[in-house]
Design a protein around this ligand. Structure first.
Ligand SMILES: C[S@@+](CC[C@H](N)C(=O)[O-])C[C@H]1O[C@@H](n2cnc3c(N)ncnc32)[C@H](O)[C@@H]1O
Length: 271
């Protein structure tokens, strides 16, 4: 599974409109998780996370990070997992997990409660990012950790070897997100946002998984789904999108695409 599998469609909405009727949504969330969990787990583990920690995961989605956190903190620790829609995390079954249906934009999460707070691919949906980060920072105990992960799509138009049409269509995807009120480059803004929210020791890393186009079937599906929107917005022609689709369909195509970067930014509440 490639990171781009779970990208473009979600990023076109500034405020996350969760369609519970959409049968593919759970699969989409699991696809996110399959790609990014190893990155997230490594970043969380290196904070020193362990037995007895009190953790909050905002926008837990399918709950794979929540379950992993519950194992790490053991029976002396505690994990709160929240989301606008909790149907996939409600039944997790770990005794040290509490599932809360909430909206991080408007609901309270307490002050000086958590040793660690994490959210992945959630911040992009929130209009007032600094206000939310301030709230998250205050919910940490002094010295507590905040990990925020979001995409930076600036490498989306990068193909090797270079291909002008593929780059144009990929760039148009990012532009469509921006035109829809989203920020395709949010990842790169996270260090500044975390610092502005008062966190200290902010450090960041970015991860991508470049792969050959024919190997990324579900990204082809997403380009096909976006075809009419991109063409309708006048960003690319139908022929250009079809040429990109043909590249995905050519098993001998050697073009490598990066997909989005996942920027993993973390900092601490001042002790
Ligand atoms: C792209 S999914 C990511 C899920 C999970 N964090 C992951 O990376 O696998 C975004 C999640 O954020 C949740 N979400 C969006 N806006 C939210 C809000 N205002 N408050 C709480 N959760 C929100 C959505 O319901 C969804 O589960």
């Amino acid at each position: 599974m490639h990171p781009a599998d779970a990208t473009l469609e979600d990023m076109t909405e500034q405020n996350y409109m969760f369609n519970t009727a959409e049968t593919g949504e759970h699969q989409r969330l699991l696809a996110h998780a399959q790609v990014w969990d190893p990155v997230t787990f490594r970043r969380l583990k290196s904070t020193g996370l362990g037995e007895g920690w009190r953790c909050l995961e905002v926008g837990a989605g399918s709950g794979t990070v929540t379950e992993w956190l519950a194992e790490q903190v053991g029976h002396t620790g505690h994990v709160v997992a929240t989301d606008l829609e909790t149907k996939w995390i409600r039944g997790l079954g770990s005794p040290n997990v509490d599932v809360v249906e909430h909206d991080i934009r408007t609901d309270q999460i307490g002050e000086s409660v958590y040793d660690l707070i994490t959210l992945r691919l959630v911040m992009t949906h929130l209009p007032d990012k600094l206000a939310v980060l301030g709230k998250l920072g205050r919910a940490l105990v002094p010295g507590g950790w905040l990990l925020v992960e979001d995409y930076d799509m600036r490498v989306l138009p990068v193909f090797e070897p270079p291909d002008a049409t593929c780059s144009k269509v990929a760039g148009a995807s990012a532009e469509a997100i921006r035109a829809g009120g989203g920020d395709p480059y949010l990842g790169a803004k996270l260090p500044g946002l975390l610092s502005a929210a008062g966190l200290t020791g902010v450090e960041t890393e970015a991860v991508a998984f470049p792969r050959r186009m024919p190997a990324i079937r579900s990204w082809r599906t997403q380009v096909a789904e976006m075809r009419d929107r991109l063409v309708g917005a006048g960003l690319v022609s139908a022929d250009e999108v079809d040429l990109v689709l043909a590249r995905f369909d050519d098993e001998y195509c050697e073009l490598v695409v990066y997909g989005p970067l996942l920027v993993s930014a973390r900092g601490r509440r001042p002790a």
